[in-house]
Design a protein around this ligand. Structure first.
Ligand SMILES: [Fe+2]
Length: 387
């Protein structure tokens, strides 16, 4: 992971991070610190109806709670964001507290924009279009994977067009991330595994990105180390708060890493597979990851060798051997966590691979891939290996 004297970069990580078991109770004080007093909680129906987390959050917010919008769903759509913003406006909200996985946090990011800028979220699509601070947002992840609590991105599905819209802007980055390991213990094992593999993919793609930088590298390398060390423990002992906490930190570190460095071909494929076939984002990443590592090997073996060492894969002698060892290792990690390893096993028909490849080359992530991949024939080669 060498750099020469042409190195120049911008690294931006403005989110205040509050970590600890029980940190959920800090939410009200964080709103005070932001100077706001009427927050709408943004969450999903499962968290609202099947857990006591909203009640605990309400207790922390007290009179600062202006309402609850529990309409976020996996792959939240434009209409949900607009409906949430309308409800929050009706409630007189001056701030948002998101509680949930990436979809709840991304829904709140979209709502923050509509609350501040007006109109519909679709009016604000694109990158770095916003010119001012958006509605204050405290994010509280209940999964360890997306990193959305610290990133400038929101993925919102356009259900009519069957594709995912990516919003990216410094002004979308949440003001605060409350990382409370106790909130993650209830995750079903397949979600815990899938979201953690998403975080692992963020770390690896951040590290091999054409836009990598040494600060992001440090976060990415340590995230890989933590995930390799703690994921097996979290799977075998789901209520182990130490393991959960380390995975939550890894997810946030990987989030900051890729927020600055960007991701690559794995995400381009995962976004496309997710949009066309509804495959869980982390699972879609996990399946593609080892094959993309092999595809990128000619241009990123030195990076992969460094990551392999962080992952504890030490037997290899050359960068090329270490790269292959890393590809084998990440596949083994996903398998041990109970995830399927082939797209054919998650409902992707072989007949759709060409269409997925065509969609993937239009994904913004692909331009940061270390090996040029903007050719559907090349993406198809990776997809066939992963199918
Ligand atoms: Fe991701």
């Amino acid at each position: 992971m060498a750099y020469d004297d042409s190195l120049s970069f911008l690294h931006f990580a403005p989110t205040r991070v509050v970590f600890g078991a029980g940190a959920l109770s800090e939410a009200g004080l964080e709103l005070d610190r932001l100077g706001v007093s009427r927050a709408v909680i943004v969450t999903d129906a499962v968290i609202a109806e099947k857990t006591d987390l909203v009640a605990k959050l309400k207790a922390s917010l007290g009179a600062r709670c202006a309402g609850v919008f529990a309409g976020a769903v996996p792959d939240s759509g434009l209409h949900i964001v607009d409906a949430g913003a309308a409800a929050a406006r009706q409630a007189g909200a001056d701030s948002l507290v998101s509680l949930g996985g990436g979809s709840a946090i991304d829904t709140a990011k979209g709502m923050a924009v509509v609350l501040t800028e007006g109109g519909s979220l679709i009016d604000h699509q694109g990158f770095q279009n916003l010119t001012r601070r958006q509605t204050p947002h405290v994010s509280i992840p209940t999964t360890h994977g997306t990193g959305s609590e610290v990133t400038r991105y929101a993925v919102i599905k356009d259900h009519e067009e069957r594709h995912k819209l990516l919003f990216g802007d410094f002004h979308l980055i949440p003001d605060v991330a409350i990382l409370d390991p106790a909130l993650t213990v209830g995750m079903p094992p397949v979600i815990a595994a899938g979201t953690t593999l998403d975080a692992l993919t963020h770390a690896i793609e951040g590290a091999h990105s054409l836009q990598r930088n040494p600060i992001a590298d440090a976060l990415a390398i340590h995230a890989v180390r933590l995930i390799r060390r703690w994921l097996p423990r979290a799977m075998s002992a789901p209520r182990d708060l130490a393991a959960r906490g380390q995975l939550l930190l890894a997810s946030t570190m990987a989030g900051t890493a890729f927020d600055n460095a960007q991701v690559g071909l794995v995400h381009a494929i995962a976004h496309s597979v997710g949009a066309r076939h509804g495959v869980h984002h982390g699972l879609a990443n996990a399946i593609a990851l080892p094959h993309v590592i092999r595809f990128n090997a000619p241009d990123a073996a030195d990076v992969y060798a460094e990551l392999a060492r962080a992952a504890g894969v030490t037997a290899a002698t050359s960068d090329e051997e270490a790269t292959e060892a890393l590809a084998v290792d990440v596949a083994a990690v996903a398998k041990a966590a109970g995830l399927p390893s082939r797209y054919r096993d998650v409902g992707v028909p072989e007949s759709d691979l060409e269409a997925i490849a065509e969609l993937a080359i239009t994904d913004g992530s692909i331009v940061y891939n270390p090996r040029m991949a903007m050719d559907p024939a090349l993406v198809l080669e990776v997809l066939r290996a992963a199918w």
